[in-house]
Design a protein around this ligand. Structure first.
Ligand code: SAM
Length: 252
């Protein structure tokens, strides 16, 4: 169910041993999946204030958190299932007090109390779980934990290759109380045919139908583009507004 194995190829991205071996091979190098912070900055700065307590889930050896600190972020907790990545990153950044590192599985983040974070950023980690065994169960455990850790009004920002047909069924569970805004970004190296410049602003949200899909007439310029799901955990005021609506309708 909802398992988009087409992008998993032959690697077991859901397996900690795969990632440990990969980070040993990369020997202290750095690599950012999908997009660098410079392309994501307008979205992150718009939704996650620099004073936020941020959780970076599945940080790997990306430069993303370092770039965020250079841009003013004050408190970023980075976690990853790979102890190789975490040991390496902790050593590399011991001189940056705004960055903290812990080895942890996103499916069990019980180390942190409820409502601990204002912003949770995920670039490629839910995608990795979707390639593992028991993908739907892993995704539901991870997203349940993400929802628990977010403060009311907090943001879970998911950067993924997964289009709404394969991600919305996981993200739109009523228990999470998330409102979702979707954006679409071409790959950094994408070239438009004929070099024509785009008429669309990537800072405009992509419409989503009531069934959680992209409208049939919406054209993705880059068929292998990336999606940004901005999931906002509703606060008490927003929740009470929603829960009083059906009652009013019944009475009328
Ligand atoms: C596709 S990489 C993305 C790395 C980084 N976020 C980036 O943007 O370059 C996925 C990362 O998720 C980590 N990961 C996979 N399964 C995990 C789990 N269950 N808990 C925590 N991290 C996990 C991997 O070790 C890997 O570093």
């Amino acid at each position: 169910m909802y398992r988009d194995v087409s992008s998993c190829n032959t690697y077991n991205y859901g397996d900690a041993l795969y990632w440990d071996a990969r980070y040993v091979m990369e020997a202290g190098g750095a690599f950012d999946w999908y997009q660098r912070y410079s392309s994501l900055r307008p979205f992150i700065r718009n939704y996650v204030p620099t004073s936020s307590r941020v959780l970076m889930v599945g940080c790997g050896n990306a430069l993303m958190s370092e770039d965020m600190v250079k841009d003013g972020y004050e408190d970023i907790m980075n976690i990853d299932i790979s102890s190789v990545a975490i040991d390496m990153m902790r050593r590399k950044y011991e001189y940056i007090p705004q960055l903290k590192y812990m080895q942890m599985d996103v499916r069990d983040m019980s180390f942190f109390g409820d409502e601990s974070f204002d912003g949770i950023i995920d670039k490629g980690t839910l995608d990795s779980l979707m390639c593992g065994t028991d993908a739907p169960i892993s995704a539901s455990r991870m997203l349940g934990e993400v929802s628990r850790l977010l403060k009311p009004g907090g943001i879970y920002m998911l950067i993924t290759y997964g289009d709404p047909s394969v991600r919305m069924p996981h993200l739109s569970r009523p228990a999470y109380n998330w409102t979702i805004v979707l954006y679409n970004l071409p790959r950094p190296d994408f070239k438009r045919p004929g070099g024509i410049s785009s008429t669309r602003s990537y800072l405009e949200p992509v419409p989503i139908t009531e069934r959680g899909l992209i409208p049939a007439d919406f054209v993705l310029e880059d068929p292998d583009s990336h999606f940004i799901y901005v999931c906002k955990k509703m606060d008490d005021t927003e929740l009470s507004r929603i829960s009083t609506h059906p009652l009013t309708a019944d009475i009328l």
